[in-house]
Write a protein of this length. Structure first.
Length: 98
């Protein structure tokens, strides 16, 4: 979360990928990673998704105050989608193991 906060504090953060809506893929990957990290200590997939999606919303709010950045519902949806993909995968994996 600290790394996400730091990155979202930077102005004009370059996106390493070059295709339409690449920033959305980066958002999804980063928040998928956050969700995976939240699952490690045993948080349920639903709670991990909720925490990551909520943090994504607060991060978008934070970006409203960073020069050169803006808050975007589309970015938050990408955050939530990346978190959901990892949460659903974890839920399915846990269900299969039990």
């Amino acid at each position: 979360m600290g790394m996400i906060f730091f990155l979202s504090s930077l102005t004009n953060l370059p996106v390493p990928l070059r295709f339409p809506h690449a920033d959305k893929a980066v958002h999804a990957a980063i928040y998928g990673g956050l969700t995976a990290a939240l699952l490690l200590p045993g948080l349920s997939p639903a709670r991990a998704w909720g925490a990551a999606a909520l943090y994504g919303a607060t991060d978008e709010f934070h970006q409203r105050f960073v020069p050169g950045r803006d808050a975007s519902v589309g970015d938050w949806l990408a955050d939530a989608a990346g978190a959901a993909a990892v949460s659903v995968g974890a839920w399915a994996w846990r269900r299969r193991r039990s």
